[in-house]
Design a protein around this ligand. Structure first.
Ligand code: CMX
Length: 137
C-alpha cells in the first residue's frame, strides 16, 4: 500500500500550519471539519503532486474525542500513518482473516470524502494505522 498521509496531532492549527508552510514550503491543499472523527483538519503538500504523501494536521473539536485524549496523554506529535488501501472493506476482511481486525466493524467516513478504518497501535508495533479507501463515501 502507498503512504497517503502522515497524521500529526496539534492543539491549534493556527499555531502549527505556518511551520509547515513557511519553514518547510508545503502548501495547504485541503481543510475541513470531520465531525465523525471529532477533528478539524488541514492537509499540506505539493499541489502539483496530488498523488504525493501529505501531512494532515489534526485539531480536536471537543474534549472527548480520540485526538484530544492523545494530546492529553502524549502531547502534540505524530498521530498516525495512513495508507491507500483501494477497497477498504476488502482490505479489512483480508486483515481480519490474518488476525488483525480493524477498530471498526465497517468503514466509516473520513476526511476528503473517503471511507476509512483504523488499526490499533498495539497491534501495529506502536503506530496507529489508517486505511484510506479510493472510493468516496
Ligand atoms: N499512536 C500510538 N499509540 C497510541 C495512539 C496513537 N495515535 N493513541 C493511543 N495510543 C496508545 C496509548 O498511549 C495507550 O498506550 P499505553 O497502554 O502503552 O499507555 C494505548 O494506545 C491506549 O489504547 P486504548 O486503551 O485502546 O484506547 P484509547 O482510548 O487511548 O484510544 C485508539 C486509542 C487508537 C483506540 C483511538 O484513538 C481510536 O479509536 N483512534 C481511531 C480514530 C482516530 O484516531 N480518529 C482521529 C483521526 C481522524 C482523521 O485522521 O481524520
Amino acid at each position: 500500500m502507498k503512504l497517503d498521509h502522515v497524521g500529526v496531532a496539534v492543539r491549534a492549527l493556527s499555531e502549527v500550519a505556518d511551520f509547515y508552510r513557511e519553514r518547510l514550503g508545503l502548501e495547504e491543499v485541503h481543510r475541513e471539519e470531520v465531525p465523525g472523527q471529532g477533528v478539524r483538519v488541514v492537509f499540506l503538500g505539493n499541489p502539483k503532486d496530488p498523488e504525493g504523501c501529505q501531512v494532515e494536521l489534526l485539531e480536536p473539536l471537543s474534549r472527548d474525542c480520540a485526538v484530544s485524549k492523545f494530546l492529553s496523554e502524549r502531547g502534540p506529535g505524530l498521530h498516525h500513518l495512513a495508507f491507500r488501501a483501494g477497497a477498504v472493506e476488502a482490505a479489512m476482511k483480508r486483515l481480519y482473516s490474518a488476525g488483525l481486525p480493524a477498530l471498526e466493524a465497517a468503514p466509516r467516513p473520513g476526511a476528503r470524502g473517503h471511507q476509512v478504518c483504523f488499526l490499533h497501535p498495539k497491534r501495529c508495533h506502536g503506530v496507529l494505522v489508517e486505511l484510506v479507501g479510493s472510493s468516496a463515501v
